[in-house]
Ligand binder design. Structure first.
Ligand SMILES: C[S@@+](CC[C@H](N)C(=O)[O-])C[C@H]1O[C@@H](n2cnc3c(N)ncnc32)[C@H](O)[C@@H]1O
Length: 260
């Protein structure tokens, strides 16, 4: 790049507001994450089943219960991936309800639609390509929400919690399921062993070593339960409780929007 180009670049940067600069940085960080989830989409469900020995189904059902979604409700599944949590919400809201599954990976949403067509899901599910940091929904639209293994992957956790808070109706709840670093040293050691010795080598069989090697570092950076509760209150939620599950190797953050 010539010095002249450098000057133009810095002029452009100087003319951006700090908000725009943050958005550009988020977009640059999000691009490889989006590409990663596009790549792993074809085998994501199968690997999830193997790696959790089917337990992720139970944890997702717990998240649906804690979201307090009811028959007839309009619910959001944020970072829906291939849509199994969205389908669980749909079974809970029934034929009079509606579910929106939102994700920024086109490939994951295409699989979510294929899975929906092959199922006997009772409620309407709309798949929306959307960024969790900038949701294309109006304020106070949803009665309940879930987010499965998405919070750890967004590039700006406080902002995604604020967006979630904005789109929920007053008194609505959201249940956010993700990995968690256990406080107990033995469980911590087990988790590290499991990720490095079982998960990464298994993913390697599918040519996806690098894609799954990201799990350990992403978990290192991910706030623990008490920090998640603090961030949720900062984002505006009136209540926030983190429930450790699976020996603290997973957790569900349950948040409630205030009544005003
Ligand atoms: C680990 S997968 C979880 C998928 C599904 N919820 C589940 O529980 O199996 C994380 C998902 O979050 C999505 N994601 C990550 N960052 C996002 C963002 N900023 N906006 C929308 N989706 C995002 C990815 O595309 C991916 O599908």
């Amino acid at each position: 790049m010539t010095p002249d180009c450098d000057r133009k670049t810095s002029l452009v940067e100087n003319s951006l507001s700090s908000q725009q600069t943050v958005e550009l940085q988020n977009a640059a960080q999000a691009a490889p994450i989006q590409a990663l989830f596009d790549r792993i989409a074809p085998i994501y469900d199968q690997l999830n089943d193997w790696l959790s020995l089917g337990q992720h189904r139970i944890w997702k059902q717990m998240a649906v219960k804690w979201s307090n979604c009811q028959p007839g409700d309009t619910c959001l599944d944020l970072c829906c991936g291939s849509g199994d949590l969205a389908q669980r919400l749909a079974r809970q809201v029934g034929p009079t309800g509606r579910v929106v599954g939102a994700d920024f990976s086109k490939a994951q949403l295409a699989i979510a639609q294929q899975r929906l067509e092959a199922s006997s899901c009772p409620a309407i599910i709309d798949w929306v390509e959307a960024d969790a940091l900038n949701l294309p929904f109006s304020d106070a639209q949803f009665d309940a929400a879930t987010m499965g293994y998405g919070l750890r992957n967004v590039t700006d956790i406080p902002r995604s919690l604020k967006e979630l808070h904005r789109v929920l109706k007053p008194k609505a709840k959201a249940a956010i399921l993700d990995f968690h670093r256990p406080a107990n040293q033995d469980f911590q050691a087990f988790q590290a062993w499991y990720l490095n010795t079982i998960v990464v080598p298994l993913a390697e069989q599918f040519g996806l070593r690098e894609e799954y090697a990201y799990l350990s570092p992403s978990l290192e950076k991910f706030p623990i339960g008490s920090e998640q509760m603090y961030l949720a209150r900062q984002a505006g939620f009136s209540e926030a409780t983190h429930y450790p599950i699976a020996g603290g190797t997973m957790g569900v953050l349950v948040v409630t929007k205030g009544s005003d």
